[in-house]
Design a protein around this ligand. Structure first.
Ligand code: PLP
Length: 372
């Protein structure tokens, strides 16, 4: 199987560990091992200290699957399969799709969401948003127009990376009824679930409300534990689930025991982790909104309602990739240009999850005033 390079990950590989400031990361600052272990009760601490570093159960630690099932109304541990999110996406696309199928994916998107489907030989259509007064909008009517007789799968990502978009409940159920009327499967990447900025915007996970769907979530974004490399899918279709499990035997086989126990402790303390991240995102969103007001000749931005990222319109003449390359060389600030999303050259992703955000914004402000 041949697959194109993952542009975003290659750009991060180039700059993430050498740039001084990361202004475009989608995760929040990671919690430390000691912070997580401090949250453990005596029984969990003992579980950690006596942990064996052997192979683990392929579907995931039973206690962890139980804890994850509690996050979904009507789910049982048997509906949960623990694996890394990238692996889940890779497996799901290979299990659900074959060459010649038609697939619809939101754009811009985290590339693996559509690139794996493309590598299988499917025919891809993108559901593009419109920019309405600097705010993004995904119109379900536009989605409906893309559907053909061969449409097998719709790939969604709410809250959305990079735009920070979350649909209204009304639009969410419209999307579901479009899929349900034609028996189309939905792959719902919910990596940013519970990072909605207002509780009233939180959507029910797709697997709770649509029987032909897979919900994906994990530890990296909502819980700021990307280093665990752990996530899960929840799916009520037992045949699909069984095929996914068989596929994993050719990839990681099973999960790291260390990550499973740490994820268990973290999920049992999820409110503390989420509150911490949401506070940081809210403060940074305010900072960035003010920054954009002062730089209205450079950027167009409408505050987002969900997730830890925004996709901001760049008003400069230079393509965003050229600007990003110069910026990281001249100031040490890494930004992520639209080119990494196969989405033109006039936007940047901004990340709100880093506590030092005021520092790169001050430097960027001076840089823009001096050079643009
Ligand atoms: C929408 C989306 N899905 C999946 C992933 C992959 O998550 P992980 O880093 O935990 O593998 C990411 C990571 O950035 C993402 O933004």
């Amino acid at each position: 199987m041949k697959i194109r390079p993952f542009h975003l990950e290659r750009y991060f590989a180039q700059h993430e560990f050498s740039a001084r400031y990361l202004l475009s990361s989608s995760d929040c600052d990671g919690f430390s091992l000691s912070e997580i272990l401090l949250m453990a009760n005596p029984k969990e601490r003992e579980q950690w200290n006596s942990l064996q570093l052997g192979y683990t159960e392929s579907s995931g630690l039973p206690e962890l699957r139980e804890e994850i099932a509690k996050l979904y109304k009507g789910a049982s541990p048997d509906d949960v399969f623990v694996l890394s999110p990238g692996e889940a996406n890779f497996i799901a696309m290979n299990v659900l799709l074959q060459a010649g199928d038609h697939v619809i994916c939101m754009a811009p998107a985290y590339q693996s969401l559509y690139e794996v489907a493309r590598s299988v030989g499917t025919d891809l259509s993108f559901w593009n948003p419109v920019l309405n007064q600097a705010a993004w909008y995904y119109d379900p009517k536009e989605l409906e127009k893309l559907i053909t007789d061969r449409t097998k799968l719709i790939i969604l990502n709410f809250p959305h990376n990079p735009t920070g978009y979350i649909p209204t409940k009304d639009d969410y159920y419209k999307i579901i009824s479009i899929a349900r009327a034609r028996g189309i499967f939905i792959f719902a990447d919910e990596m940013y679930h519970l990072l909605e900025h207002h509780p009233q915007d939180i959507l029910p996970p797709m697997c709770e409300v649509y029987e032909r769907s897979i919900s994906l979530w994990g530890m990296a974004k909502t819980f700021a534990l990307a280093g665990l490399r752990l996530g899960w899918v929840v799916c009520k279709d037992t045949a699909v689930m069984e095929q996914m499990k068989r596929y994993k035997d050719y990839l990681t086989i099973c999960n790291p025991s260390t990550s499973e126990v740490l994820a268990l402790i973290a999920l049992r303390n999820k409110h503390k982790l989420i509150e911490h991240n949401l506070k940081k995102i809210a403060a940074n969103l305010q900072l960035f909104t003010k920054f954009c007001e002062q730089h209205s000749q450079h950027f167009q931005f409408a505050p987002t309602r969900a997730g830890s990222t925004a996709f901001v319109k760049w008003l400069g003449k230079e393509p965003s990739l050229a600007f990003s390359d110069k910026l990281v060389t001249n100031t040490g600030i890494m930004t992520l240009p639209a080119e990494m999303f196969d989405f033109g050259s006039s936007h940047f992703r901004i990340g709100f999850g880093r506590k030092n955000m005021h520092e790169p914004l001050e430097i960027l402000s001076r840089y823009l005033r001096a050079n643009y």
